[in-house]
Design a protein around this ligand. Structure first.
Ligand SMILES: [Zn+2]
Length: 295
């Protein structure tokens, strides 16, 4: 979970058409070639990614994120808060990531070339993030205070990966820049290069960006499907957000995150509605794992 997420949470998909017709059109259009769009094979109810994000080059943002991530780790290391490679919880996180990563390129072909990293930072904060380019950090607070099961960790990680895969930060920065520069008055006055250069200085924003409620819903559902394909129980998405809600009620440490990322009935209802859609994927993944273990 990221501290960048906004509080309000009606389901983003509520106003979106979800029908076989849309899927047929996507298929006809060769949806496999669309980066970060809503693929035809998707089981969850999400729409297309915003075209506006293309104003900021993906590579520029990924490079900025890599630098920002390195700074985050350096800071943690200086405070002796960066988990060493053999830390059991870090090994656990990395094992879960390894199961999720093979399914990420379906959502964004660039992910096949990302250099994924997973690190654990010792902090009471209830927080986790995945920056553009696949740079993941968990804070010990989210694991310990919420006593997350592997399935619930996979839901958190899937949610954060989904923000990166669906390029929510890229979209948000593009929108911010468009507003700041008055691009609405005439995008043609500025070449894309101008935005690209600006993005290079934006790495610092990546940790403080606030996502919209529709980004949040999108990340919940894409994360749910990623986790199900990797063999994690869909119901864990509901138990995760129930725990988040309880932690908010008990005003546990790390409230800054929880206050910007609340668990309300609408969020839980949306996950309950979508969990059955990915149950088949989950059972299929379980079957495959069982066969692998038996052989
Ligand atoms: Zn989020």
């Amino acid at each position: 979970m990221c501290s960048r997420c906004r509080p309000t949470f009606p389901p983003a998909s509520a106003n979106r058409p979800h029908n076989a017709g849309r899927r047929a059109v996507l298929r006809a259009a060769g949806a496999w070639g669309l980066a970060a769009g809503a693929p035809a094979w998707a089981q969850v109810d999400v729409g297309d990614a915003s075209a506006l994000r293309k104003l900021v080059p993906a590579e520029t943002l990924e490079n900025a994120a890599t630098q920002q991530y390195a700074q985050l780790l350096a800071q943690a290391r200086a405070q002796r808060a960066l988990a060493p490679p053999q830390h059991p919880q870090l090994l656990r996180l990395r094992a879960i990531a390894q199961r999720l990563i093979p399914f990420t390129a379906r959502w964004n072909p660039r992910a096949a070339h990302w250099r994924w990293e997973v690190n654990l930072i010792g902090s009471k904060q209830i927080n986790a993030l995945c920056m553009p380019g696949g740079k993941i950090a968990f804070y010990t607070g989210i694991l310990e205070q919420l006593k997350l099961s592997d399935d619930e960790v996979a839901m958190v990680m899937g949610h954060e990966m989904a923000h990166a895969l669906r390029e929510h930060a890229r979209e948000r920065i593009a929108k911010n820049q468009a507003t700041n520069l008055g691009l609405r008055l005439g995008a043609q006055l500025l070449g894309l290069g101008d935005l690209g250069n600006l993005a290079a200085g934006l790495g610092g924003q990546l940790l403080t960006l606030q996502f919209s409620r529709s980004d949040e819903s999108d990340a919940d559902l894409v994360g749910l499907e990623l986790a199900a394909r990797a063999g994690y129980a869909p119901e864990a998405s509901v138990s995760l957000w129930t725990k988040m809600g309880q932690a908010t009620g008990q005003r546990q440490a790390g409230m800054a995150f929880l206050s910007t990322h609340p668990s309300g009935p609408a969020r839980i209802r949306e996950l309950e509605r979508n969990a059955p859609r990915v149950r088949g994927l989950y059972e299929q993944a379980l079957g495959q794992r069982k066969n692998q273990n038996d052989s």
